[in-house]
Design a protein around this ligand. Structure first.
Ligand code: DC
Length: 209
């Protein structure tokens, strides 16, 4: 069973995807990390994320980069969003994601285009979202917890810019697949959102039998 979880940054999709993977005993891939690794590699190369061929060269990053905590930073997230605009970069990362989705027994993948491009045949598709203000608040709290000072207004502006870029790009823009179930976590606590996602998957599965 493939479970596709898409949504904008800080919507809770990663938390939900991890919880679904644990609940249903499936392997999980955070596909944003792949784009973050490309963005980080561009940065290490001293290259320009808006230049398609320089971004493509960064796609041969070493796998060890995926374990680097710096990938979680806001700065690398911004680079990731910029490199992800290039169709050549998306093509370079496609096979790896597709192979993960097709492994025996199934998988949970979270990202922006899992239900639309990477695994459009997935029987379960969730689109997890929340208001920009709420996502900025969560990101701010998370940064506070890690001892990183930041202004809420700056985070809100960055998130809105990232949304606009991810939704506005021509190739595989961020959007809900027509058959995706939308989960708006703006007014949900973490546990309630996870519970709603598990219920949605169980409902899909019971209808498929
Ligand atoms: O989910 P994230 O914040 O880690 O993703 C970082 C960026 O990577 C995001 O702004 C857009 C890009 N991305 C993408 O284009 N397609 C995916 N499947 C996952 C992420």
């Amino acid at each position: 069973m493939i479970i596709a979880v898409d949504g904008p940054t800080a919507s809770g999709k990663g938390t939900i995807a991890k919880a679904l993977a644990a609940h249903f005993g499936l392997p999980h891939l955070d596909t944003g990390l792949l784009y973050r690794a490309v963005g980080r590699q561009v940065q290490l190369n001293g290259d320009d994320p808006d230049n398609a061929s320089e971004a493509l060269s960064a796609c041969d990053f070493a796998d060890s980069l995926l374990d680097d905590d710096i990938l979680r930073s806001e700065e690398v997230g911004g680079f990731a969003s910029r490199v992800s605009v290039h169709p050549a970069v998306r093509r370079a990362l496609y096979e790896r994601q597709r192979a993960f989705a097709l492994q025996d027994g199934g998988a949970v993948l979270d990202g922006r285009d899992i239900g639309t491009v990477i695994a459009p045949e997935a029987p379960v598709k969730l689109f997890v979202t929340a208001s920009v203000a709420e996502r900025a608040r969560r990101r701010w709290l998370e940064m506070q917890g890690r001892g990183i000072a930041a202004l809420l207004a700056d985070i809100e502006r960055d998130i809105a810019a990232r949304d606009a870029r991810d939704m506005g790009r021509k190739d595989a823009p961020l959007m809900a697949a027509p058959d995706a179930l939308v989960i708006d976590t703006t007014h949900f606590g973490r546990d309630a959102a996870i519970e709603a996602a598990i219920e949605a998957v169980q409902h899909k599965l019971s209808r498929a039998q």
